[in-house]
Design a protein around this ligand. Structure first.
Ligand SMILES: [Zn+2]
Length: 158
C-alpha cells in the first residue's frame, strides 16, 4: 500500500481544520471539549476513529468545517491530547500545521485533586498549575503545591 492510497481513506475537505494524530480513543474526549465552547455549537464536525497510522498504530481524526480555531480551544486540546497535529486546510491542501503541546502554565482549566486545596473550597479562586519540567507530564498546583500527572487531572466543568 502506498501513501497515495492511504490518503484516500479519509475524504478530503476544501476548507477547514483537521485535528490529526489523535491517539485512538481520545477523539471522543476532544469532541467533548469542543462541544463545551459556545462558538463551536453550529460547526459541522466529523469524527473518524481507528484510522491506520504509521506513527501510532491506530489514530482518531476530527474534521471541523471552520476557518479558525480559537487559541483557548487549542490549548485545551493540547492538555487532553498532547502531541496532536492541528492542520488548517485551504483549497484541499494543508495550509498550516502545528503540533500542539501543553503550555507551562495552565490557568483556570484544570481542577485540583486535593480536596483540601483552597481552589476546591472557594471556587471563585481560579486554579493555576505550573509544569514541573520541560516534558510537561507533571504539573504542580500553585496553591497547595501538590504535584500531579497532567493526565490524571480533570478539566473544570463549566
Ligand atoms: Zn491544589
Amino acid at each position: 500500500m502506498n501513501n497515495q492510497e492511504n490518503v484516500l481513506y479519509i475524504p478530503k475537505i476544501e476548507l477547514g481544520i483537521v485535528i490529526d494524530h489523535i491517539p485512538a480513543g481520545k477523539g471522543l474526549k476532544i469532541l467533548d471539549i469542543i462541544s463545551r465552547y459556545e462558538e463551536m455549537k453550529d460547526v459541522v464536525v466529523t469524527l473518524g476513529q481507528n484510522y491506520y497510522s504509521k506513527k501510532l498504530g491506530k489514530k482518531d481524526l476530527i474534521k471541523l468545517q471552520m476557518e479558525y480555531l480559537a487559541p483557548e480551544i487549542i490549548q485545551h486540546i493540547s492538555i487532553v491530547a498532547p502531541g496532536v497535529t492541528i492542520k488548517a486546510i485551504k483549497d484541499f491542501k494543508v495550509h498550516n500545521k502545528v503540533v500542539v503541546h501543553p503550555p507551562k502554565e495552565i490557568r483556570n482549566l484544570l481542577e485540583c485533586k486535593n480536596p483540601k486545596c483552597i481552589t476546591n473550597q472557594e471556587k471563585h479562586i481560579g486554579t493555576k498549575f505550573t509544569a514541573v519540567d520541560d516534558t510537561i507530564k507533571e504539573v504542580k498546583c500553585n496553591y497547595c503545591e501538590r504535584v500531579f500527572k497532567l493526565s490524571e487531572l480533570d478539566v473544570i466543568n463549566r
